[in-house]
Design a protein around this ligand. Structure first.
Ligand SMILES: *Cc1c(COP(=O)(O)O)cnc(C)c1O
Length: 365
C-alpha cells in the first residue's frame, strides 16, 4: 500500500474556499445575531404547528416531489405546480442548476458583489466564474452583457443583491434578458423578495412565464424558516424536467414540506414581517446615513453600512460584538472591507445598533 495514493477530488475542487457563514455567538449566550438575515419575528406560528404535527411519524419517507408544498405555492403565487421544484434550501437548487448547465470550459457571469455561493457552485462544475464590475454596488446590465462570451452558459443574478441590498428594476432585468443568447440560462435568485418595497421591482415570475431560458429561485430561509431548509424554483418545463432527473429523490423532508406549505398560506405573517422590516430598515437608514457612515439604499432585510475605511469598519464590528450584537463582515467574502452588513432585527436590536454606531462616530470625529 502506497502512502501517497489516495482518492483525489476533481480538478479545481481544492482551489475552492468554503462558504463563510455569518458569525454566531456561543450556544446559550445572549448575543443578538444580525449576521445571517434571519427573521426577527421567528417563524409563522402555523408553520411551527405543521412542523410539530409529524413528530410522531418520522419513520415514514416524505412524498418525494414536495407536492403539498408545490400545491400551496401554486395557489398563493398563481403558478402551475408542475413548473415548481422544491429543494433542501435554495442552495440545493442553485447547485443542481450549476451541475446541469455548467461544465469544464464554460463560464458563468455574476455581479462582482453577488452572492458568494455562486463562485463555489460554478467552480465545482469545472466552469469558471466571471465577476463583472458593479455600478454603485448594484449589478450593471451593460457590463454583464459586455462580458458575455461564446462560453457563457449561466448568468447568476441575486435580486435584491446580497450583501449590498441593491436591486434591478423589472425593466433592467428584462433588458439583461433581452441581450442574452437564448442558450444562456438567466437564474434570478429572489431570496429577499418578501422584503422589497420598490414599485418597479418584479420577482421574475412573468419573465419565467414568457421565456425559455429564465428560472426564478426563492427561499423560506429569510422569512423565519432557515433551520427547516426549504427553497423552491420556477422554470420552463424543460428545465424542471432536467432538475427533477438528478435531484435527491426525497430532497425536502416532511416537516419542512408541511411547514413551508403552512408558511406560504400564512400571508398575514409574511405581511407582518415585511411591515416590521420596512419600518426598521427606514429608521436605521435615517439614523446612520450621514457624513461618517453611508448606508447603501436597500430593498432587503439588511443594510450595508459603509465606513470611511476598513479600520473604522473593524472597530465598529468589534464594538458591536462587545455589546452582544453580531453583524456580518464583508471584506474577505465580498471584497468590501470598509463595509458591514447588518440584518434588520428587533426594535431593541436596531435601537442598540444605532446608539452604538452613533456613539462611535462622536469618538472618531
Ligand atoms: C440567503 C440566500 C439564499 C438562501 O439560501 P438557502 O439555502 O435557501 O438558505 C439564496 N440566495 C441568496 C442571495 C441569499 O442571500
Amino acid at each position: 500500500m502506497s502512502d501517497d495514493l489516495r482518492p483525489t477530488p476533481q480538478p479545481g475542487i481544492l482551489d475552492i474556499s468554503p462558504y463563510v457563514p455569518g458569525k454566531s455567538g456561543a450556544p446559550g449566550s445572549k448575543v443578538v445575531k444580525l449576521s445571517s438575515n434571519e427573521s426577527p419575528l421567528g417563524a409563522s406560528p402555523k408553520a411551527i404547528e405543521a412542523f410539530r404535527s409529524v413528530a410522531d411519524h418520522l419513520e415514514i419517507y416524505p412524498e418525494g416531489s414536495s407536492k403539498i408544498l408545490r400545491t400551496a405555492l401554486g395557489e398563493v403565487h398563481g403558478i402551475d405546480p408542475e413548473r415548481i421544484v422544491c429543494g433542501n434550501g435554495s442552495d440545493d437548487l442553485l447547485h443542481l442548476l450549476g451541475q446541469c448547465y455548467l461544465g469544464e470550459g464554460d463560464e458563468a457571469l455574476m455581479n462582482q458583489y453577488g452572492f458568494s455561493v455562486y463562485p463555489i457552485i460554478t467552480r465545482a462544475t469545472g466552469a469558471s466564474i466571471v465577476k463583472v464590475d458593479a455600478t454603485n454596488y448594484a449589478a450593471d446590465v451593460d457590463a454583464l452583457l459586455a462580458a458575455v462570451t461564446p462560453r457563457t452558459k449561466i448568468v447568476w443574478l441575486d435580486n435584491p443583491n446580497n450583501p449590498t441590498g441593491t436591486y434591478l428594476s423589472d425593466a433592467e432585468v428584462r433588458r439583461l434578458h433581452a441581450g442574452l443568447r437564448h442558450d444562456i440560462l438567466l437564474v434570478i435568485d429572489s431570496a429577499y423578495a418578501e422584503y422589497v418595497t420598490a414599485a418597479d421591482y418584479s420577482v421574475g415570475l412573468e419573465l419565467v412565464g414568457e421565456a425559455d431560458n429564465v428560472v426564478m429561485v426563492r427561499t423560506f430561509s429569510k422569512m423565519g424558516l432557515a433551520a427547516a431548509r426549504i427553497g423552491w424554483m420556477v422554470g420552463p418545463a424543460h428545465v424542471v424536467d432536467v432538475i427533477n432527473r438528478i435531484r435527491g429523490p426525497f430532497n425536502v423532508n416532511l416537516p419542512a414540506q408541511l411547514a413551508g406549505a403552512a408558511a406560504t398560506r400564512d400571508v398575514e405573517f409574511t405581511a407582518r414581517l415585511n411591515a416590521h422590516n420596512a419600518k426598521w430598515r427606514d429608521w436605521l437608514v435615517s439614523e446612520l446615513d450621514g457624513n461618517y457612515m453611508h448606508v447603501v439604499p436597500s430593498q432587503a432585510n439588511f443594510v450595508m453600512v459603509l465606513f470611511p475605511d476598513a479600520e473604522h469598519a473593524a472597530l465598529a464590528f468589534e464594538t458591536l460584538m462587545q455589546r452582544g450584537l453580531i453583524v456580518r463582515e464583508i471584506g474577505t467574502s465580498y471584497g468590501i472591507p470598509h463595509g458591514l452588513r447588518i440584518s434588520i432585527g428587533s426594535e431593541q436590536a436596531m435601537i442598540g445598533v444605532a446608539g452604538i454606531l452613533k456613539a462611535l462616530v462622536k469618538t472618531a470625529s
